[in-house]
Design a protein around this ligand. Structure first.
Ligand code: NPW
Ligand code: ADP
Length: 493
């Protein structure tokens, strides 16, 4: 699991070490790390010239101290400052840099811009975690002077990019690599801004974040053996979790097959399917393990391919079963048409799995809006809209797309962006619903079930046909072997 923290949390961890902070030891550790990494890169590539861009705060001071160390190691090192007197830390660091043989320049005159243009490596110390989104105006000529081929190393964060992630600032710094201190911040981990950071190195400077709540979580394959509900000799099919599926209908029969198949291959103790005769017959043929009809379950997966407007006796019975499940105190996953059945917060664990269009529709319906929210608006800021839906409903929201976000009303966002784009195919969401529903039935909380399910779903898509197109049913069939590989690969580590 990779975790990213807010600026506030990092500053609190820093303040918990007053001796190291006030003596300058934290800054010294940061500068030493930056200088070591830069020096290694430069030696590898046979580079000689490095220029640091020095903003007014401690990020500038870190970078100046790193420039001082690089000058002492014999590199041709220059610092271009907005103001070498901007703070006591910057003043002291500028003095150190000069005394170690670095050139220290001010402003954006010809000499400064030439030093930037001639540099083989630029260290971006314009702003760090104290930066507001948008490049400071004083730094515009500096950044414009950087040549395309120059290797840019951001100190802590790429300047001008929002430290809390979200929307990329197109004309701010895009680094080739970033050295951050203590722990990643949201800007480094959210898929929207991650590309602005390049290769990320996290430098341990002694901050203690063990009890801190992250703002961003990325599960990794190593988490699967820790989180996956692996059965023991004590288990039977009921204790492993029975999933009830209310999905598909006369029209979308396939959704019933896909969700049921995924639940079976994901290892549900038992799957019950509730729906009209036509999808029931198909489920019987394709997944004979599935038990038709209602019965006791540990969780419900409702809505893939379900038409809430469908008429006829069988459809009415199926919708009544879905509504009864929603009214129960069992965990419920609501997908696609099932989302239309939700009127507000439930008293039990609830997970919504919309794509952007469904999220827009649910927010329009439940949010009391006068105008319709569009799919494009959700896609422009998926995290914000997923959070909005979670707050309106009290549910966990898994918002699907090339990047999948899993959020609660507050707390960390889980992000996933590693699934192959081939997964964008009809029915793959139905597979995800069955897979995640199985994890809910096994007793996992909605956030963990959702995040773990998304990871396995993306890997199963890769497994199903590495590097090529996949059909949803193949993704469902690949779930079992994918879980086995993830459990045993890690066991070998
Ligand atoms: N925390 C830790 O553990 C450790 C932290 N360390 C280091 O400290 C760094 C944080 O330093 P920091 O707090 O001094 O803030 P920093 O990022 O230098 O920027 C603040 C200055 O920039 C200005 N400014 C900002 N945005 C602007 C904009 N858009 N446009 C214009 N101006 C803008 C802002 O102006 P103001 O907001 O005051 O008007 C202020 O003058 C951190 O990233 C790391 O490198 C390490 O030393 C070791 C341990
Ligand atoms: N570009 C993409 N790259 C990777 N995964 C994607 C991409 N686009 C969509 N997906 C994934 O494909 C699935 C599609 O789900 P959904 O839209 O509900 O399809 P359906 O309703 O047809 O089953 C989701 O898991 C989503 O995250």
């Amino acid at each position: 699991m990779i975790t990213g923290y807010s600026v506030e949390t990092i500053r609190r961890a820093e303040a918990a070490l007053p001796d190291l902070l006030e003596s300058g030891e934290l800054m010294s550790r940061a500068a030493r790390g930056v200088a070591r990494l830069t020096s290694a890169r430069m030696r590898d590539r046979g580079f000689r010239r490095v220029t640091g861009l020095i903003g007014p705060g401690n990020n500038g001071a870190d970078t100046l101290y790193a420039i001082a160390r690089l000058a002492r190691r014999g590199f041709d090192a220059t610092a271009v400052c907005v103001d070498p007197q901007s703070s006591p830390n910057v003043t002291a660091a500028a003095e150190r840099a000069r005394s170690r043989g670095a050139r220290v320049l001010t402003g954006d005159g010809a000499e400064a811009l030439t030093a930037i243009a001639r540099a083989e490596v630029v260290l971006d110390g314009i702003t760090g975690i104290g930066g507001r989104p948008g490049l400071p105006p004083f730094a515009r000529p500096w950044v414009d002077a950087i040549r395309d081929r120059t290797w840019v190393i951001a100190v802590d964060t790429p300047s001008g990019q929002p430290v809390e992630g979200r929307q990329v600032v197109a004309d701010a710094v895009f680094a080739d690599e970033t050295v951050t201190f203590g722990a990643p911040k949201a800007v480094h981990l959210l898929p929207s801004t991650e590309p602005t950071c390049g290769i990320l190195t996290v430098l341990d400077i002694g901050l203690d974040l063990t009890d801190a709540t992250p703002t961003v979580v990325r599960l990794t394959p190593d988490d699967v053996p820790v989180l996956w509900p692996v059965p023991t000799t004590e288990d039977d099919k009921y204790s492993r979790g029975v999933l009830g599926i209310v999905a598909g209908g006369e029209r979308y029969t396939g959704a019933a097959v896909l969700a049921s198949t995924a639940a079976v291959t994901a290892g549900a103790g038992m799957v019950r399917y509730v729906g009209p005769q036509a999808p029931t017959d198909l489920v019987r043929q394709t997944a004979p393990e599935v038990v038709p009809g209602e019965g006791r379950v540990q969780a419900w997966c409702i809505g893939s391919g379900l038409d809430p407007e469908a008429t006829g006796e069988e459809a009415a019975e199926q919708l009544a079963a879905a509504r009864a499940a929603l009214a129960s105190d069992l965990p419920v996953l609501l997908d696609a048409g099932g989302l239309d059945l939700l009127d507000g917060p439930r008293g039990a664990p609830t997970l919504l799995t919309p794509h952007a269009g469904e999220c827009a529709r649910a927010l329009t319906r439940l949010g009391g809006r006068t105008s319709d929210l569009t799919r494009a608006e959700v896609e422009a800021d998926p995290l914000e809209h997923a959070r909005m839906l979670a707050r309106l409903t009290g549910a966990t929201v898994l918002l699907k797309g090339a990047v999948t976000h899993v959020v609660d009303a507050d707390g960390p966002v889980h992000v996933h962006d590693e699934a192959p784009a081939w997964l964008a195919t009809a029915g793959s969401g139905d597979v995800l619903a069955g897979l995640v529903g199985t994890l809910l039935a096994a007793g996992l909380d909605p956030t963990t079930a959702a995040s773990l399910g998304v990871l396995v779903h993306g890997r199963a898509a890769e497994h199903a046909n590495p590097g090529g197109p996949v059909r949803a049913l193949a993704v469902a069939h690949a779930i079992g072997p994918t879980i086995a590989a993830l459990l045993t690969e890690s066991a070998q580590v």
